[in-house]
Design a binder for this molecule. Structure first.
Ligand code: ADP
Ligand code: MG
Length: 254
């Protein structure tokens, strides 16, 4: 939809006005146009994302599925502005982010995007609570409010009482839940989650998915997951399947 309002030709030829402007209409949460990411090391060339064009509606709950190595993580990193495209464009909430200066990109990530990394990426010297409240701290939220928001979330996802533990003293599943708490505690417009249920038992996965579905319903947070988890795929409103860096299927069920 709305392909006509901001085609690539216009955006490329007028880079200063590459952001999508649609009178009174909400832009797509995410849009990509012929997006490529190529890694080159010592004569080895990997085309991790190969010409992906798609868009995600605001408030959607979308799974990127596909075998290992199909480009799910790379695509999430491109959407989240953690990796620069080799070619093509990415818009988040109507702003073209592929060529933004680092500083502006960092601001968008802090204010608008929550990440759940495949390897959790918790800071080892900070406690579970300090890790989870980190983005709130950067945003200047007062201490008491940060603590109460994190504590409520920890309660909700079954890790209450672990606030003062360092990540090294938590199980994989507990670290994963801290990582999810960190991503959602600031109620960002967009959450990008890489295999967020990969190391969890079914009951814990279900409670995390419930939490994310609730945020999705209540405040319209857009969720994009990279996953193999059938439980999560079942709950998604849309399944986009990647093979070798390209979209090969795109199924919506409402
Ligand atoms: P998935 O998340 O679906 O398993 P990835 O996006 O991690 O897939 O990887 C897609 C392809 O890109 C794989 O062949 C992988 O080895 C390669 N790749 C990913 N990141 C890098 C990198 N930083 N350097 C070189 N190759 C990479
Ligand atoms: Mg991956």
């Amino acid at each position: 939809m709305n392909e006509s309002t901001a085609g690539p030709a216009r955006s490329r030829s007028q880079s200063a006005t590459a952001d999508e402007v649609r009178d009174g209409e909400r832009p797509a949460a995410v849009r990509t146009e012929d997006l490529w990411k190529v890694f080159e090391h010592n004569d080895i060339r990997v085309e991790a994302v190969r010409g992906v064009t798609f868009q995600i509606d605001p408030g959607d709950f979308v799974v990127l599925a596909g075998p290992s190595g199909s480009g799910k993580t790379t695509l999430l990193n491109l959407i989240g502005g953690l990796t620069r495209p080799t070619d093509g464009q990415v818009w988040v909430d109507g702003r073209e982010i592929g060529n933004l200066p680092d500083r502006e990109l960092a601001e968008i990530r802090l204010e608008r995007v929550g990440f759940v990394f495949q390897a959790y990426n918790l800071l080892p010297v900070l406690t579970a609570l300090e890790n989870a409240e980190f983005t709130l701290l950067l945003r200047g939220v007062p201490t008491a409010e940060r603590r109460s928001r994190v504590e409520k979330l920890f309660e909700r996802i079954g890790i209450a009482g672990l606030e003062d533990r360092l990540p090294g003293k938590l199980s994989g599943g507990q670290q994963q839940r801290v990582a999810v708490a960190r991503a959602v505690v600031g109620r960002p417009a967009l959450v990008l989650a890489d295999e967020p249920t990969a190391n969890l038992d079914t009951a814990t996965s279900a409670s995390l998915i419930d939490l994310m579905a609730e945020l999705n319903r209540e405040i319209g947070t857009t969720f994009v997951f990279a996953t193999h988890d059938p439980l999560l795929m079942e709950r998604a409103r849309r399944n986009v399947r990647l093979v070798d860096g390209s979209i090969v299927a795109d199924e919506r069920r409402d």
